[in-house]
Design a protein around this ligand. Structure first.
Ligand code: TIU
Length: 220
């Protein structure tokens, strides 16, 4: 497949060697009462991308290609949450504290689940990650290697935190990575815009970006 409208130049991939990686589309970031809001953010901005993400996920599933979902999640005993992460800033609730959707950013809690509109299907890969990047302390690289994956198409939240970190990790590991522009969002519009620019600058120094319509047209 060729996404001719990708920036900074066309993105070519073979579906059999590509994965759709959906970063942290969890209630903790998208709904009120979760981690995103405890940090002081207006979380309502993020739900606007859900219809576009749903359309891509449906088309990708129809094509039969690999789907990977991630969740930012810590063990209930917080043994995988560095004190530096838990102590950062002045949130209303810290990681592990009880909130309206259960304990903040803790695996298994209601707020830590992927939103129902993008719920994983049985058999799809779902990875819990303790960091911002999807490769750090997860089996993602081994899993992609086993399946012969070389190209990653990303969507999810937030653009400049977990999505960008994961793309940079992917880039350093030799993957060609593309971010679907209308399927990612930030609490800060300027940060999203800057991230898209910095990813594709300098001849795709981190990777590519493209509108989801370009992918949907190829998958149709
Ligand atoms: N705070 C923020 O923008 N994001 C995160 O903490 N995690 C993710 O991006 N998933």
């Amino acid at each position: 497949m060729t996404l001719a409208r990708a920036q900074p130049f066309a993105f070519r991939f073979d579906l059999a060697h590509a994965a759709l990686v959906i970063i942290d589309m969890q209630r903790d970031f998208i709904e009120p009462g979760g981690f995103g809001q405890t940090l002081g953010n207006d979380v309502r901005r993020l739900e606007a991308i859900v219809p576009a993400c749903r359309a891509v996920l449906a088309a990708w599933r129809q094509a039969g290609a690999l789907v990977v979902h991630t969740r930012e999640a810590h063990r209930p005993d917080l043994s995988d949450c560095p004190p530096a992460k838990r102590g950062r800033g002045a949130p209303t609730l810290r990681i592990g504290d009880p909130g309206p959707m259960g304990r903040i950013l803790v695996a298994g809690e209601p707020g830590n689940q992927i939103i129902p509109a993008l719920a994983p299907l049985a058999g799809e890969v779902v990875l819990d990650k303790p960091g911002k990047g999807a490769f750090y302390a997860t089996p993602l690289q081994a899993l992609l290697h086993e399946r012969g994956i070389s190209h990653l198409l990303f969507m999810g939240v937030t653009t400049e935190v977990c999505v960008q970190t994961s793309m940079r990790e992917a880039n350093d590991r030799g993957y060609d990575a593309l971010l679907l522009e209308d399927c990612t969002e930030s609490y800060f519009p300027a940060f999203k815009a800057a991230t898209l620019e910095m990813i594709r600058a300098q001849g795709a120094i981190v990777g590519w970006t493209a509108p989801s319509a370009a992918l949907l047209a190829e998958l149709a």
